[in-house]
Design a binder for this molecule. Sequence first.
Ligand code: AMP
Length: 510
Amino acid sequence: MITENIIEAIDTTAQEQGQTIAYDELGKTQTYAQLKQYSDHLAAFIETLQISDDAPIMIYGGQQFEMIASFLGSVKSGHAYIPVDVNSADERLTDIVEIGKPAVVIAVDDLPVKIPDIPVINKAQLTKIFNTPNNFKMTHPVHDNDNFYIIFTSGTTGKPKGVQISHNNLLSFTNWVLGDEFNWQSESNVLAQPPYSFDLSVMDWVPTLVSKGTLKALPKTAADDFKTLFKVLPTLHLNKWVSTPSFADVVLLDPEFTQENHPDLDGFMFCGEVLTKTTAQKLLARFPKASIYNTYGPTEATVAVTGLKITKDTIENNDKMPIGYVKSDTKIIIQDSDGQAVPDGQPGEIVIVGPSVSQGYLNNPEKTSQAFTTVNGISAYKTGDLALRDKNGLLHYKGRSDFQIKLHGFRIELEEVAQQLQQSQWVDQAVAVPRYDADGKVKQLLAIIVAKNNNFEKPILLTTAIKNNLENIMMPYMVPSRFMYRDKMPLTPNGKIDLKGLIAEVNGHG
Ligand code: AMP
């Protein structure tokens, strides 16, 4: 069945089978009726604030039900939301406020910084709003090409970029996920693990709630602690698994993560980074009844645009897992550096053309015009990803054409890490360099630094001082795990730091 409206689809379930569980955070459950009640009440409250129609609402928190209820309340009142995870660095938060200009902030968790001049709805107020009856009538929800959400990703300038995703973008994605390709059954129990500020989370919560399913939320505290994680997972009775391959690698460390202990788990949906042959092989061996799907896409094209079921044959016939075939409403052009389409079998940059492509970055016309264009009047995004299309139309990922990497599924611009390292009082020059494993996946991020004059007795003390300096500036996942010091940086012939050379060097090709 094709969904035409995300909000209406979720509300219809609330009206027809309101007692169905929508959200289950480790046993704390909420129904579809509660979801409708909370989001309606919040929407009515937001409408009383009389904020301008195109102003977004920032929603800050973790993996709680209140996050999803607030997202829906926001779009029901006609406003896009900006999800910001509770584990964000303070500077990321203030950057998002500065760039995104939200009219209101909803703090599901306590904000770590003061946000001047913008009304903040705190947890106690939110609880009161959710539980105060009112007669909400939805008159101007987010629709068509209005922004539904804005997700911030790493930017090369050191400032994040806000990707605007409209209701139409999201419909194109959702209908594809719930279509024939992924065998996604309605009323499924689905893992909700990635933070809501990461667009992979859209792959769990939106299709699940549109198809009457139950989100099985895994808070970060539970996901980060192996003992709890391994104990909790089998109690969730999952049908569908959505995560990065890196998270599956963590869970595979538990020998008990098997079909026997997860008898109803029939599908793994992966996205966000390379799915290695090793991970795919292990999962197929442990879960003979489950299908494994590799999907690919950037936030700018709404989560994912290509997909493939990974079978034994796929693994036998490919060194790297292919990223699949493009969804039917979308076109992928593989182009050379002059913007000319290349023939099948040759590598080039992936350009995505179709209805799930964003209109661009919020309040950032410069970055928007660099990455977005139109092809025959349809929105197109130049990904910076390299791939080749084989003679069967199957796409094979070939890495990046720039200095963007994925570490444990997180998207990181090496330039952003370098810029932030440079903010430490002890750093003169800095670069961040990835080290890859044999599968071609980044396993470690290194900092190479020319330090300012200092009296630290040992490099480790200098490293601690730099890390302390950067504590509230850098996103924790961007902090390099090793710091190396040099007297000077190697330079290219035109006098820039030779990043490519350093990457080759730390990976043993120097
Ligand atoms: P994000 O915007 O965080 O979803 O990151 C998008 C980037 O992740 C893409 O541009 C790719 O570089 C990478 N990526 C996403 N999915 C895959 C995949 N299945 N295989 C390899 N790389 C991927």
